[in-house]
Design a protein around this ligand. Structure first.
Ligand code: GRF
Length: 196
C-alpha cells in the first residue's frame, strides 16, 4: 500500500522478481488517485487498485472497502510502504500489516518523523519496521536500523539517507517473514496464518 513516490514498494517489486526471495507482490494499492507509486507498479506490470479516502463518508466505510479490495488478492501480508492513512479494525482484524517508519520508534511517531527528529536535535535516528495496530506507529517492532544525523543535514538530505536503509531493511524483513517467519518478543509472526 502506497500514498506517494513508492520507492520502498519499488524495492519490493524488484526483490520479488527473484524466486529465491520467497515473497511475491500480488498487487499494489493506494488511498488516492495519481500517485507515482501506482504509476511505477503499472509500468512494472503489477496489478493495482485505488480506494480513494476522499470518496467515503467516514473512516470505517473506507476501511471496509479497502479490506474488500485487498481481499480480492488474498495476500498473506499487507505492507504499508509510505502509506499515510491510519488503518482500522476492518483491515487489521483480517490481515497482518507491517509498516516502515522513518525513525527509531517509539521516538518520533507520526507523519513528520524526520522533521521532528531534526528539530529535537538527536544525533542518531533511523528506520523501523513494525506490525501495524490501531495506534499511530505503536505496534510491535520487527526490526530497526540506525542512521547518524550529520552536521548540515536538512529534512531532505536526512530523509534520503533514511530511505536508503528503509528499502534494504523492508526487503530483508519481508523476505525473512516469507521464508522463515519471525519471532517477536511475545508472538511468532508466520505468514498465511491470519493477523499477527
Ligand atoms: C518513507 O520514508 C516511509 O518511511 C514514510 O514515507 C516514506 C515513503 O517513501 N512513511 P516512498 O513512497 O516509499 O518513496
Amino acid at each position: 500500500m502506497v500514498s506517494g513516490a513508492g520507492s520502498n514498494m519499488a524495492a519490493l517489486l524488484e526483490a520479488s522478481t527473484d524466486p529465491a526471495y520467497g515473497a511475491a507482490v500480488v498487487a499494489v494499492g493506494a488511498d488516492r488517485e495519481g500517485t507515482e507509486g501506482i504509476a511505477r507498479a503499472e509500468r512494472a506490470g503489477f496489478a493495482t487498485f485505488v480506494t480513494p479516502f476522499s470518496k467515503f463518508a467516514d473512516r470505517a466505510e473506507w476501511n471496509a472497502e479497502l479490506a474488500e479490495r485487498i481481499g480480492a488478492y488474498e495476500p498473506d501480508l499487507v505492507v504499508s510502504a509510505g502509506f499515510m492513512r491510519l488503518l482500522g479494525p476492518e483491515v487489521l482484524n483480517r490481515y497482518t500489516v507491517i509498516n516502515i517508519h522513518p525513525a527509531l520508534l517509539p521516538a518520533f511517531p507520526g507523519a513528520h518523523a524526520v522533521r521532528d527528529a531534526l528539530a529535537y536535535g538527536v544525533k542518531i535516528t533511523g528506520a523501523t519496521v513494525h506490525i501495524v495496530d490501531e495506534g499511530v506507529d505503536t505496534g510491535p517492532v520487527i526490526d530497526q536500523v540506525a542512521v547518524r544525523v550529520e552536521p548540515g543535514d536538512d529534512v531532505a538530505s536526512l530523509h534520503a539517507r533514511i530511505k536508503t536503509v528503509e528499502r534494504e531493511m523492508l526487503v530483508d524483513v519481508v523476505g525473512r517473514l516469507a521464508r522463515e517467519g519471525w519471532t517477536l518478543r511475545d508472538r511468532d509472526v508466520r505468514l498465511g496464518s491470519g493477523p499477527a
